[in-house]
Write a protein that binds this ligand. Structure first.
Ligand code: PGA
Length: 267
């Protein structure tokens, strides 16, 4: 049984006070147990400079509160992290710092990193592997552009993105997560239909079955991302190979992030 995962990628949004406001509001919603999905993990990816505040607030208020409400699985992570221990890499985050900040998850290879900052398949995979080597878990993002999809190159592109990971790791690092995010669906309001998403998720699970074996592939959680909203999360999460969602825009509002999960609670 793969535990559902709801991930919120805040990108370059929310300062310290907005982050604290979001968290207090979000945690308070779980008092309504009817509409809460308690059987799931939640993770937010705030801007890195606010994470020590997230950690503090969690210790001061969140942990206790969530414990009594039953959502013990609340985590946070960084949107990007370097693979080297430390050194002359201006602007990057060291794994030891990220760990010290209490991060459980690390996003690697988000399409915006690939598109605007020349992230390659290889560097994305190196970041993912480094997360696991440092006691955290990676969410490695893969996805095709519209042009690649329309020209029939979609599976080839996705396989190359996954191969960079399987070249570095001969079995699944414990807790590794994959996120399928078609580039044409990110921030555009165009979601892949649940059938389109399922087709790709199935393909990805088959890829990892070949590379890592059935046991690992069956445990691998594959999230869908790209214009996930409260009105489509249930449909997407009902698919057999969709184990969670990676949400951008709609995760900035505690109500919609909470509803995305609540609406999919029966899945
Ligand atoms: P979106 O972003 O939900 O705003 O489309 C998803 C993502 O980039 O992870």
């Amino acid at each position: 049984m793969r535990k559902k995962l709801y991930a919120g990628n805040w990108k370059m949004n929310k300062g310290v006070s907005e982050t604290e406001e979001f968290l207090r509001d979000f945690w308070s919603k779980f008092t309504d147990k009817e509409s809460s999905d308690l059987d799931a993990e939640y993770v937010v990816f705030p801007q890195a400079a606010t994470i020590s505040d997230v950690k503090r607030l969690w210790r001061e208020e969140g942990e206790n509160r969530c414990d009594t409400l039953g959502i013990v699985s609340f985590y946070w992570g960084v949107q990007n992290m370097h693979w080297e221990t430390n050194g002359a890499f201006t602007g990057e985050l060291a794994p030891s710092l990220v760990r010290e900040l209490g991060c459980r998850y690390v996003l690697a290879g988000h399409s915006e990193r690939r598109q605007y900052f020349n992230e390659s398949n290889e560097s994305a995979a190196k970041r993912a592997v480094a997360a696991h080597e440092n006691g955290m878990r990676a969410i490695l993002c893969v996805g095709e552009s519209l042009e690649q999809r329309e020209s029939g190159k979609m599976f080839e592109v996705l396989d190359a993105q996954c191969k960079a990971m399987t070249d570095l790791s001969s079995s699944m690092p414990e807790g590794f997560v994959l996120a399928y995010e078609p580039v044409w669906a990110i921030g555009t309001g165009k979601t892949a239909t649940s059938d389109q998403a399922q087709e790709v998720h199935k393909h990805l699970r088959d890829y990892f079955t070949k590379a890592w074996g059935e046991r690992d592939a069956n445990r691998l959680r594959i999230l869908y991302g790209g214009s996930v909203k409260p009105n489509n999360s249930k449909d997407l999460m009902s698919q057999p190979d969709i184990d969670g969602v990676l949400v951008g825009g709609a995760s900035l509002d505690p109500n919609s992030f909470f509803e995305i999960a609540g609406n999919a609670k029966e899945c």
